[in-house]
Write a protein that binds this ligand. Structure first.
Ligand SMILES: Cc1cc2nc3c(=O)[nH]c(=O)nc-3n(C[C@H](O)[C@H](O)[C@H](O)COP(=O)(O)OP(=O)(O)OC[C@H]3O[C@@H](n4cnc5c(N)ncnc54)[C@H](O)[C@@H]3O)c2cc1C
Length: 391
């Protein structure tokens, strides 16, 4: 690597998405020298392809802990790095009694600081859903929102100004203790963080297999619509209530799942999460579907987009939706929500293995760096690290 190959860093990070950046932020807070490597020409992965929804209320267990820590980090970073983070909360629109029952039970579990039950008018006061379309709903006040096209880039620029070296168009080809072999030569560092999302199956295939990591592809749209007012909060539906662990642990979630699957087998087959956020320019992010495998078919079927658009027309009561963009997102998927492993001394492989990396990533990075560099305490990262062949 021209210029930098002879320099030794405290921390080398492979992957400039939110998870890699989170580790860079945490390392810089401890005064460590950091280099970030990414094979793409810029930040182009899942971290810019998402909803920008920081959905901490819907998390459970370890994800909730990371999400809570991330919340503080997002608010602080937005001020420091100069990007928008909205204390928007989330609105959940309930369209049937089973959805309302999940929300009521969740309120009983979590209390009024986390969830406020709304009637239909209360939902419509907050989000522009069509009259008569919802029966009730909820407000999750602590959730946040960022613009996914802005946030990661702003954090990277802020880190660069703070002395972090970034090398894009630089592929990691393999990792040894203290060394990343890249397409531009070796990078030397005491600690190596590998934060390559689903591409962990390329660099550490044995590790990925051991954790049953697959790829999950998602269909997404950006549309222009004449809504009956701005969408000032991310909007969840019943499909979200059978997805996020905080909601699915309610006893009522099983009945809701049965109802949705029985009434909409076509949508269930798409593994739909009907949800929306609005970007600052007014564009409505519409999603999403999920399809998993070792490889993801790049050919996105139009029926999935038809279904997403039809649902949006119904919920918002609009006839015209102009599609501005369509894209495919991909993230790592595994039975556990997080992969944190030490395949080699001084090397951490870190991947969020479900679709909550924006929500949890900043807290996760903090914990991993803390575990590596705080001599006083050893953080319980919740699962044993394992040693497997690096390549
Ligand atoms: C459509 C969609 C919607 C989502 N919505 C939300 C949401 O609203 N809220 C939420 O919390 N989460 C959401 N997620 C999940 C979230 O976006 C991801 O969990 C998160 O962005 C993962 O961050 P990352 O840094 O691991 O991955 P990425 O952003 O994909 O970054 C990984 C980087 O590693 C690089 N890389 C890979 N291999 C190599 C190599 N060999 N050498 C060098 N570089 C390499 C890639 O180029 C890439 O830049 C969504 C995801 C998708 C796809």
């Amino acid at each position: 690597m021209a210029g930098n190959s002879r320099r030794r860093y405290d921390v080398a990070i492979v992957g400039a998405g939110i998870v890699g950046l989170a580790h860079a932020v945490a390392a810089r807070r401890r005064g460590l020298s950091v280099v970030v490597l990414d094979r793409a020409a810029g930040i182009l992965g899942a971290s810019i392809r998402n909803f920008g929804h920081l959905c901490l209320t819907g998390q459970d267990g370890r994800a909730r802990e990371y999400a809570e820590e991330s919340r503080e980090r997002w608010l602080a970073l937005a001020a420091e790095a100069g990007f928008w983070v909205g204390e928007t909360g989330t609105v959940v629109a309930a369209q049937n009694p089973e959805e309302a029952a999940v929300l009521d039970e969740f309120r009983d579990l979590r209390g009024p600081d986390d969830i406020v039950i709304l009637d239909a008018d209360g939902v419509r006061d907050r989000v522009p859903v069509a009259p008569g379309r919802v029966r009730s709903g909820a407000w999750l006040p602590r959730d946040l929102q960022v613009d996914p096209r802005e946030a990661a880039g702003a954090i990277a620029r802020w880190l660069r100004d703070d002395g972090v070296d970034f090398h894009f168009t630089t592929s990691a080809l393999g990792v040894d203790p203290g060394r990343v072999h890249t397409s531009r030569g070796p990078v030397i560092a005491d600690t190596v963080i590998v934060a390559v999302n689903h591409d962990v199956d390329q660099l550490f295939p044995v590790l990925a297999e051991a954790h049953r990591v697959q790829r999950c592809g998602l269909d997404m749209l950006l549309v222009d619509a004449q809504l009956d007012g701005p969408l000032t909060s991310p909007l969840f539906t019943g499909w979200s209530l059978i997805r996020y662990a905080g909601f699915t642990r309610t006893a009522s979630a099983a009945a809701l799942r049965s109802r949705l699957v029985a009434e909409h087998p076509d949508l269930a087959a798409l593994d739909l999460n009907q949800m929306y956020t609005q970007r600052p320019d007014g564009g409505l992010i519409v999603g999403d579907t999920h399809y998993r495998g070792d490889g993801i078919d790049p050919f996105q079927g139009e029926p999935a987009f038809d279904a997403l658009l039809s649902l949006a027309r119904d919920l918002f009561g609009v006839r015209e939706l102009r599609v501005r963009e369509r894209w495919q997102g991909v993230y790592a998927s595994a039975p556990d929500d997080f992969l944190i492993a030490t395949p080699l001394p001084g090397v951490r492989v870190v991947s969020v293995t479900t679709g909550i990396g924006m929500t949890t990533g900043l807290g996760l990075g903090e914990r991993v760096i803390d575990d590596l560099y705080s001599s006083a305490t050893t953080q319980d990262l919740g699962e044993p690290t394992i040693s497997l062949s690096a390549r």
